[in-house]
Design a protein around this ligand. Structure first.
Ligand code: ATP
Ligand code: MG
Ligand code: MG
Ligand code: MG
Length: 564
């Protein structure tokens, strides 16, 4: 590529509404331009990186035996009604009507559509296993789109769906995808961790998130440096207003065996600003029942009321969010915290709370003198919500540490959740219809760009790993339009690299060296060759890796070899 024919559009300053480094750098380097909240145009330089991510993902998915499809972005309501998700997806799903008043949605994910295809196309056990994937635009009307493409509303996801005969076979598909994800994130040059996902009451080891380690991540990962134990505490963001995330993190990291005896202690225990936030604490009631206490943030400290859900004995997964809200509202009685196995839920949404089996116990009101807090909690392997750094790891192999992560991938064993709801069956060997055993597997293709930049940058700009760079080598001729020698040397290196299949760009724009170097440091090309008259007189050009502090002279006739 010749820079004069390409489109390079760098900015000295990032716009004022950009919050984090990757977002600022992507805008300054001319990768993206904002159209609306969470909606970005991909500019030519950024699109090249997106394509590199897509190609790595596609190659590894194909290698794993998955088959590419492309499912419509616009999806009719009918399938979503069949699965029940038309009612449960909430406001994240963008819905609209066509000219005939029929309901549609933009795909936030595609379990329904692919299950519909499976039930009509995969009729016999002989057709199984199958794993279909797509790399496709998703739309989620995120409550708080932010951090550029990291939490966009329109974004690209690779989503895959596996169909198997049995739970055992689905386990093998899951493992295949897990291993494929490791290969993909290795090739992308990311520092990541696969962690047991926060699946609430679903639990188990059949859901893993792939988290890129970064301080700007919205998830908190607990892990044991001495073993492979790792899990995610999702700091669900739907409830937390702007600026509260640090407080929530503090709650996770600062709380140390407090003695909670009063509501004020409880508030201190939760480490919250009660005037502006809503927090919930699940404690285990006297008879082993969980009681949900809600601390409302609209009272003075001494008047805080913790409310209890009364009258709901069935699992809340069966209760609608409306019912849960009604239960909170209908029962504003004051209740102290009781029970012992305290579990803190940081900034959770009501929908997330529905993952917990919550009962009611009218006798829970006797709390005075009771001893609350983590120091009297029995160790509970599955309960990760009130851990602090230094706690013993549940696997007994060391102590826990906490770090922030960005969720870039998610693998999930679904069982027959969708196939049963949508009556998607195949005929098994015994001639009987059976529901498919399914799994779903997502990768945030465009989020990966942000995550990679969070991990790879300095004060000059982006530092792309070779696998992702928009251009791997940039040739910077000094005086391209003035010196015939420089032009000849630069052109011949450019042609030679092209012939070898190297992703090379020659900066023939005629910029001054300072401006030219600043652009390529901002854009993050991993390898730069500078060619100037002075060096050529001694038979030398200069080579500099993006992370190097200075350039190294290399013999002009050895530079091609050096780059390959
Ligand atoms: P998050 O917890 O960040 O909201 P999620 O758990 O809702 O993500 P999944 O449904 O698991 O996301 O989707 C698969 C992948 O798609 C995620 O692992 C993430 O990398 C990506 N993704 C999800 N939401 C967004 C978004 N709003 N913008 C960009 N990428 C996203
Ligand atoms: Mg989400
Ligand atoms: Mg998530
Ligand atoms: Mg997820």
């Amino acid at each position: 590529m010749r820079a004069s024919q390409f489109f390079i559009s760098t900015l000295k300053e990032a716009p004022a509404d950009a919050d984090i480094t990757s977002q600022k750098l992507m805008i300054r380097a001319g990768f993206i331009r904002k159209l609306a909240a969470g909606i970005y145009s991909w500019m030519p330089m950024g699109l090249r990186v997106v394509r590199k991510v897509e190609n790595i993902v596609r190659e590894e998915m194909n290698r794993a035996g998955a088959i590419e499809v492309s499912l419509p972005v616009v999806q009719p309501a009918g399938l979503w009604q069949e699965s029940g998700r038309w009612d449960t997806m909430g406001e994240e799903m963008l819905r609209f009507k066509d000219r005939h008043e029929r309901d549609f949605a933009l795909q936030p994910t595609a379990e329904e559509v692919i299950t519909d295809i499976a039930r009509s196309e995969l009729r016999s056990y002989r057709a199984l296993p199958k794993n279909f994937y797509q790399i496709q635009t998703k739309f989620r009307d995120e409550r708080r789109p932010r951090f550029g493409v990291m939490r966009g509303r329109e974004f690209t996801m690779k989503d895959a769906y596996s169909f198997d005969r049995s739970a055992e076979a689905a386990g093998a598909s899951y493992e295949n995808m897990y291993n494929t994800y490791c290969r993909i994130f290795d090739r992308l040059g990311l520092t990541y961790r696969a962690v047991a996902a926060d699946t609430g009451a679903i639990g188990g080891d059949r859901s893993h998130e792939f988290q890129v380690i970064a301080d700007t991540g919205e998830d908190a990962i607990i892990y044991c440096p001495d073993s492979d134990y790792a899990a995610n505490i999702e700091l669900a963001e739907a409830v937390a207003p702007a600026g509260e995330r640090p407080a929530a993190t503090a709650a996770l990291t600062k709380v140390h065996t407090p003695k909670v005896k009063t509501i004020a202690d409880l508030v201190a225990f939760l480490n919250i600003d009660i005037k502006s936030t809503v927090k919930a604490l699940v404690v285990e009631g006297a008879e082993g029942e969980a009681v949900l206490l809600l601390v409302r943030g609209d009272h003075e400290l001494n008047e805080v009321k913790a409310e209890k859900i009364a009258g709901i004995k069935k699992p809340l997964t069966m209760a609608s969010p409306a019912l849960i809200r009604e239960a909170f509202g209908a029962n504003p009685g004051s209740l102290g915290p009781v029970g012992f196995k305290g579990r803190m839920i940081a900034d959770r949404t009501v929908a997330k709370m529905a993952d917990f089996v919550i009962g009611a116990n009218e006798d829970d009101q006797h709390y005075t003198g009771a001893n609350f807090g983590r120091d009297c909690a029995e160790p509970e392997v599955a309960d990760i919500r009130n851990v602090v750094a230094g706690d013993p790891s549940p696997d007994g192999k060391g102590v826990l540490a906490i770090q922030r992560g960005i969720e870039v991938g998610h693998v999930f064993y679904l069982g027959t959740k969708y196939s049963a709801a949508m009556n998607a069956t195949f005929l098994d060997e015994d001639g009987k219809p059976k529901p498919f055993e399914m799994g779903c597997y997502g990768i945030g293709v465009t989020r990966i760009l942000g995550a990679a930049i969070e991990q790879n940058h300095d004060d000059k700009g982006i530092i792309w790993p070779d696998s992702l760079a928009p251009f791997n080598v940039v040739i910077c001729p000094v005086g391209y339009d003035r010196s015939a020698e420089v032009k000849a040397a630069a052109d011949s290196l450019y042609e030679a690299l092209l012939a070898k299949g190297v992703d090379v760009i020659i900066d023939d724009r005629g910029e001054r060296p300072g401006a030219m170097f600043a652009d390529w440091e901002l854009i993050g090309a991993p390898h730069r060759v500078t060619i100037g008259d002075r060096g050529l007189k001694e038979g030398k050009v200069e080579y500099q890796q993006r992370r190097d502090a200075t350039a190294t002279p290399v013999a002009a006739d050895a530079i091609l070899e050096h780059l390959l």
